[in-house]
Unconditional design. Structure first.
Length: 466
């Protein structure tokens, strides 16, 4: 591996690297000789072949790299290829005239990595070709060296002409699947281009201060003393801080002692909308990993009771860890919240937060693999679950109580359409207008769009039982 080349790439875009998260995961089998490009090729191969998410695969593979800068480069290549997948794959379709066999997805991934370096990293072109071709040996596929060399050199020769083709194809130009572009154009005829451009950008890193432990301004000073530059978030997120550059969470002062959490500003809007007060009984119906439940507990320590439900066993563990780190207490139940007979004691709730499972199309800039993994059938599946969750939870709400429906989706079919259908079916439900300085007004709720005020895309609707 050419280490000076990697130094160059690392320093060129280091401010963009997301912090590295190391989860306890089994290390996949790989050669001890594998460098960052080979690791990235194996990760992308597994994502494409097994349809697994980057955040579930990558941490285990990164453990195979000793140096932090190699880990950072592998991560950048994986996220970058996912961000630009539809454009890079379009180029590959023109450049490779024979079919790449299903058992050679690692070579396809390597070619995408080569093209990504040409297009989006400031790597000298000759270095892209030699470093990428060499990886064929690491993948034990030296037969592919000729193919990789020919494809990358062909891109170099024809890039001007190829990029004209990219411009003419919307899916390639904006690097989004065609079906999703069609929905976005329909839902946002005036601003779909801004949305897809924001989806392809690097996400900022925002924090939520645990104001029960430390005031926001005090924590700003602590950040400053640690050499981390940041600014206060807008007034609608009173505990929010926006970092100028992402940092490793372990560098955040007193992170392990629960002073602060990493949370996008658009995800920090629930406590205000829930109209929290002392002595209320609150349900977080889909609680893991616990960001919003923790925020509720931090904002209103005088609640009578907070109950958090989560159906996924692994994520239930993360929910418990979140509250433990922040030294917060709630009654946590591992259950399918729709099966109320298995967990509900019959005492109605004053407030219900339903942060529903969704397409996550509002957080594509954080998880660009969503564009590659999600299908139209997945959208239909989550809509069914959203419908079932709303119906199952309604009888649990007190008269006069409020239900806050939230998604990190920007699709109308998961947002306003769900609330409209719900209101039509329930004569004892009325939607409360959200009058706010953030987001855009939808008929029944409010929508933040990716990149707008530097926030992710979230939908909020508040429904009261009359
Ligand atoms: C959008 S996430 C919630 C994020 C969480 N509110 C936070 O802020 O950290 C949705 C969660 O709902 C869980 N979930 C999905 N269906 C569920 C169900 N029927 N019952 C309980 N939890 C469910 C998912 O496993 C997932 O953890």
């Amino acid at each position: 591996m050419n280490s000076s080349l990697d130094d160059l790439i690392f320093s060129a875009s280091r401010q963009h690297y997301k912090h590295l998260i190391f989860l306890l995961m089994p290390r996949p089998s790989m050669s001890s000789q594998s460098g960052p490009r080979a690791i990235a090729a194996l990760v992308i191969q597994r994502l494409l072949d097994k349809r697994q998410t980057l955040s579930s695969i990558l941490p285990g593979y990164l453990k195979g790299l000793v140096h932090k800068k190699d880990q950072a480069l592998a991560q950048e290549l994986c996220y970058g290829v996912m961000r630009w997948y539809f454009q890079l794959d379009f180029l590959l379709g023109i450049l490779v005239n024979k079919h790449i066999k299903a058992k050679d997805t690692d070579i396809k991934a390597l070619l995408l990595i080569g093209l990504y370096q040409f297009r989006y990293l400031r790597t000298p072109p000759h270095a892209v070709v030699s470093a990428t071709v060499e990886v064929c040996n690491e993948l034990h596929k030296s037969w592919a060296k000729g193919l990789v060399n020919a494809v990358l050199r062909s891109y170099q020769r024809k890039s001007k002409h190829l990029l004209r083709n990219v411009e003419a194809d919307l899916s390639a130009r904006y690097s989004h699947p065609r079906w999703l572009l069609d929905i976005l154009k329909n839902d946002y005829p005036d601003c779909w281009q801004e949305i897809v451009t924001a989806n392809n950008s690097y996400p900022p890193m925002a924090l939520r201060v645990n104001t029960g432990k430390v005031a926001r301004d005090t924590y700003m000073t602590m950040l400053n003393q640690a050499g981390i530059t940041a600014h206060r978030a807008p007034p609608w997120t009173p505990a929010g801080i926006m970092l100028d550059n992402p940092v490793d969470v372990n560098k955040l002062p007193e992170f392990m002692n629960g002073y602060v959490s990493v949370q996008d500003l658009a995800a920090q809007l629930s406590p205000d909308l829930l109209d929290l007060k002392p002595h209320l009984r609150v349900l977080d119906a889909c609680a893991a990993p616990g960001g919003k439940l923790a925020h509720i507990l931090e904002s209103e320590p005088g609640l009578n009771e907070a109950v958090g439900i989560e159906s996924d066993r692994f994520r239930f563990g993360r929910l418990q860890q979140t509250l433990d780190r922040l030294q917060l207490k709630a009654r946590l139940i591992h259950a399918d919240v729709r099966e109320t007979a298995t967990w509900w004691d019959g005492v109605e709730f004053d407030r219900i937060l339903l942060d529903a499972p969704c397409s996550a199309t509002g957080v594509i800039r954080r998880h660009p693999d969503i564009k590659v993994l999600r299908t139209p059938a997945d959208i239909e599946t989550v809509i069914t679950v959203q419908r079932e969750l709303l119906s199952a939870l309604w009888p649990l709400l007190k008269t006069g109580g409020k239900l806050l429906y939230v998604t990190c989706s920007i699709l109308d079919s998961e947002n306003d359409q769900r609330i409209r259908e719900f209101l039509n079916k329930h004569s004892d439900a009325r939607s409360i207008i959200i009058d706010a300085d953030w987001g855009i007004n939808t008929h029944h709720g409010r929508q933040t769009l990716p990149g707008q005020n530097n926030m992710d895309g979230f939908y909020y609707a508040c429904v009261q039982k009359t």
